[in-house]
Design a protein around this ligand. Structure first.
Ligand SMILES: Nc1ncnc2c1ncn2[C@@H]1O[C@H](COP(=O)(O)OP(=O)(O)OP(=O)(O)O)[C@@H](O)[C@H]1O
Ligand code: SF4
Ligand SMILES: [Mg+2]
Length: 355
């Protein structure tokens, strides 16, 4: 495996990657969930074959060692995107390239091999671990399932190392305990230890601290950052919290109704958002300065619609304060506007006074 070299500059500048190698690439991902019709409707009406367009043509590439954020309101398709990449959900269409191979086309056996390198940290650590498994068994599970180690002594040594790395010290004290005996924060640390056990290339972290007490979030996030730096792990960091994405991510993609509407380096997106939806999300972030980012106009109209009947043209047009007639007809796709900065809006130049 290539060694990842990166420079982290001080201040607000983000990480500059020298090694441009891609950890994982998602291409044209789609997931349409069939809508369950009620019994009455299915008896008296012909089925309309409706679908929830949870993920609707999403593409991005994550560099080795990079933390790539996926942000957006509830229901926009963040988790589904993460699950598709790890094949937890079956794709409706699309490809996922890992080490030059589309993992969607792999056999079950070959996929098992790839799984060592692709891991997940769920939002709710309690739901993601068996209550009947000891902490030793939970962290050792990937090692045993994928036959990485079979000597029980070696397994225990490895688990002790991992627990120490995530700050569960002394690690020996945790081995025989059960999830219900741990605090929420300790349980999420166990999930992190399990995700890192096989030294994966890539981890999906799906809202990893949103269920935890605010006071312990920073410590958990710091541990994740330290481990990702130590191992050169790439992250898909899923969050609805833009302020959190700002502290964690090198680049971010903003999702709206199953689509990425803007994508770029984190600080650039925060300081010069080009898409009206990104602008609205940023305006909604509470600022410690009461005069900061005060906006005269309402930045967004109405509530998030469902992903069932998607609006024509730009799917954001019913909520967009800049929408014109043309927006109802043209479906804008991501356009490169600067190096590494893309936006999907036909009016981004006028709105942002770009020549
Ligand atoms: N198994 C499923 N069956 C049917 N619809 C689903 C399923 N999973 C997700 N959806 C729908 O797909 C859309 C995207 O859901 P998803 O969970 O990916 O959103 P999200 O951005 O992660 O939201 P949140 O911030 O609330 O976690 C939503 O409309 C959701 O109701
Ligand atoms: S294309 Fe039109 S509706 Fe869509 S974001 Fe841009 S201005 Fe708004
Ligand atoms: Mg989610």
């Amino acid at each position: 495996m290539l060694h990842v070299i990166y420079i982290r500059r001080t201040g607000s500048e983000t990480m500059t990657l020298i090694d441009k190698e891609i950890a994982i690439e998602a291409k044209n991902l789609k997931k349409y969930f069939p809508l369950q019709a009620g019994l009455f409707a299915s008896l008296f009406k012909k089925s309309e074959n409706k679908f929830v367009h949870a993920v609707d043509d999403v593409s991005f590439a994550i560099k080795k060692g990079e933390t790539f954020g996926l942000v957006g309101e509830s229901g926009c398709g963040k988790s589904t995107t993460g699950y598709l990449i790890l094949q937890i959900e079956k794709l409706t269409a699309g490809s996922i390239y890992f080490r030059g191979v589309d993992v969607v086309t792999l056999s079950k056996e070959a996929l098992k091999e790839v799984r060592k390198d692709l891991q997940i940290i769920f939002q709710n650590p309690y739901e993601s671990m068996s209550p009947r498994f000891s902490i030793l068994d939970i962290v050792a599970e990937p090692l045993r399932l994928l036959n990485i180690l079979d000597d029980e002594n070696e397994i225990m040594q490895k688990v002790l190392e991992e627990l120490t790395d995530v700050g569960l010290i002394p690690a020996e004290d945790f081995l025989d305990r059960f999830p219900h005996e741990l605090s929420g924060g300790q349980r999420q640390r166990v999930s992190i230890a399990r995700a890192f056990t096989l030294n994966p290339t890539f981890i999906v972290a799906d809202e990893p601290v949103s269920m935890l007490d605010v006071s312990i979030r920073v410590g958990i996030l710091k541990t994740m950052q330290e481990l990702s730096r130590k191992h050169g792990t790439a992250f898909l960091f899923i969050t609805h919290d833009l302020a959190l994405a700002r502290t964690m991510c090198d680049r971010i993609a903003v999702m709206y109704l199953g689509r990425i509407v803007e994508q770029g380096p984190t600080e650039e997106i925060i300081h010069t958002p080009l898409h009206p939806y990104t602008k609205a999300l940023i305006a909604a972030v509470p600022s410690p300065d009461p005069d900061a980012r005060r906006t005269e106009e309402l930045p967004i109209i109405g509530e998030v619609p469902s992903g069932i009947d998607i609006a024509s043209g730009c799917r954001f047009h019913p909520r967009c304060i800049y929408a014109i007639e043309k927006c109802k007809e043209i479906d804008p796709h991501l356009e490169q506007v600067k190096k590494d900065h893309k936006v999907a809006c036909i009016r981004y130049k006028e709105i942002n006074e770009i020549k």
